[in-house]
Design a protein around this ligand. Structure first.
Ligand code: GLU
Length: 450
């Protein structure tokens, strides 16, 4: 994507009607990372004009969930604070003859639609309300009807160069004039979004491809308000493994639940950004490194499949590569104080950070050893080198045990692992043994819980 030399302004504009999920995170991250990379501004705009469905708890959750991903907006606005701006814009559109009052009820509109479909016509609003005389309008209002307001589209093809999709053409003659203002005077998202994008000097709108038609309508609105439209890019949407779009109903894919499930924010971020692009899904160490990989022009046109197993695998790969300093505080919070040596010993064996606690339990004890051959364990114990143990102790010890007993391979290592850890699998013992220490090792080899 070529960004204008002036600092760009991008925004993420969720409506606070639910928890954001990994698909929303894709939109948020694309915008935030481009803004960050280009030294621009990232705006969080809460689209809360639907007062019935918007909730403060969701507004707070969105901010917290973005913070968990590492995103702090530079600017935060909410549409409910900005109604005056929308009223001004609506007045200007009315004066220009672009916003007109309509009185049809939902039932009447539905009947019209059915008649059109029955006659093989596209179900487009017939603009009957445009022909109403002032007297007819007054009569309808006297009946107690309140108007809703539609934007009169120019019946032309709107064309833009999409940052993802290349040239896009939408024929506005085939669309219904969109309702911008509801009967109760509240705004649908369409007009406020344009007004805010103008007011906040938004330069690039990056959003899901479900908004392509909106963009054509909104470009007409920008122009009707005398403003230059921003650049638009419509990314592919994430679908679940059966190809269905993700929705707010899929609670387990909300950022909140992914966080509660113990997934790493950088794994969630890397998957959200890289899936369905020309980059392979892989661990990325920081948001800046991820931002460097974003190229809107190389996002696929096909839907991007979100696969939970892929996220799990990515989470594990990320942890396997994570240096101690990056997790030191969180290990401390889990009650683990084994330092870098412990992390180095176990990181390849955890797919979620909290699993490190299990291995810390193995180091600290008490561990009930599993002894299959007490005699073998006793002979091995007698060969255990003196303290202090170090990274070479395991090799030296098992070399001596092998030489004494003739046991090798699995027959050598498995009884020792079972005795020392009580488990038949786990991190390499070369790393664990120095952490377990001589005293506990001897006790466990002797079959005592220690
Ligand atoms: N509130 C809209 C949505 O969540 C915003 C779309 C946009 O980015 O303009 O779909």
């Amino acid at each position: 994507m070529s960004i204008s030399p002036r600092a760009p302004v991008l925004r993420f504009a969720p409506s606070p009607t639910g928890l954001i999920h990994i698909g929303n995170a894709r939109t948020a991250l694309l915008n935030a990372l481009i803004a960050r990379r280009e030294g621009g501004t990232f705006v969080l705009r809460l689209d809360d004009t639907d007062r019935e469905r918007s909730r403060e708890e969701y507004a707070n959750a969105i901010v917290e969930d973005l913070a968990w991903l590492g995103i702090a907006p530079d600017v935060r606005v909410r549409q409910s604070d900005r109604i005056g701006l929308y009223d001004d814009a609506a007045s200007r559109l009315r004066e220009a003859g672009r916003l007109y009052a309509c009185y049809e009820t939902a039932d009447e509109l539905e009947r019209k639609r059915k008649r059109q479909l029955a006659r093989g016509l596209p179900p487009i609003y017939d603009r009957a309300a445009l022909a109403l005389t002032p007297d007819e309008r007054a009569a309808l209002e006297a009946e107690g009807r309140r108007p809703h307001w539609r934007f009169r589209l120019e019946p032309r093809e709107v064309v833009w160069h999409d940052l993802v999709r290349g040239e896009v053409r939408v024929d506005c003659a085939s669309l219904s004039d969109p309702v911008l203002v509801r009967e109760d005077g509240t705004y649908l998202y369409t007009l406020p979004s344009v007004v805010d994008d103008v007011d906040l000097h938004v330069t690039h709108v990056v959003r899901g491809e479900d908004h392509v038609t909106n963009t054509a309508v909104q470009i007409e609105i920008f122009e009707a308000l005398g403003a230059r439209p921003p650049a638009f890019g419509h990314h592919n949407l994430l679908t679940d493994s059966s190809g269905e779009g993700l929705s707010k109903r899929m609670g387990h894919l909300s950022l909140r639940s992914l966080r509660e499930a113990g997934l790493e924010p950088m794994a969630v971020a890397a998957l959200a950004v890289l899936v369905g692009s020309s980059e392979s899904v892989r661990p990325v160490e920081s948001l800046d490194a991820l931002g460097a990989l974003v190229d809107l022009a190389r996002i696929s046109r096909a839907p991007a499949r979100f696969d939970e197993a892929e996220l799990e695998a990515l989470n594990a790969r990320l942890l396997h590569e994570t240096p101690f300093e990056a997790v030191a505080d969180r290990l401390g919070a889990l009650g683990i104080d084994g330092g870098a040596a412990f992390w180095e010993a176990v990181r390849k064996n955890v797919s979620r950070l909290a699993e490190a606690r299990d291995w810390w339990g193995v180091v600290e004890g008490p561990v009930a050893p599993a002894i299959e051959d007490a005699d073998f364990c006793a002979r091995a114990a007698a060969l255990l080198p003196d303290a202090p143990f170090d990274a070479g102790t395991w090799a030296a010890w098992t070399g001596a045990v092998k030489a004494q007993t003739g046991a090798k391979g699995k027959a050598l290592f498995m009884p020792l692992r079972l005795a020392l850890t009580g488990r038949d699998h786990g991190p390499e013992l070369a790393g664990l043994l120095p952490l377990i220490g001589r005293e506990k090792a001897l006790a466990r080899l002797a079959g005592r819980t220690a």
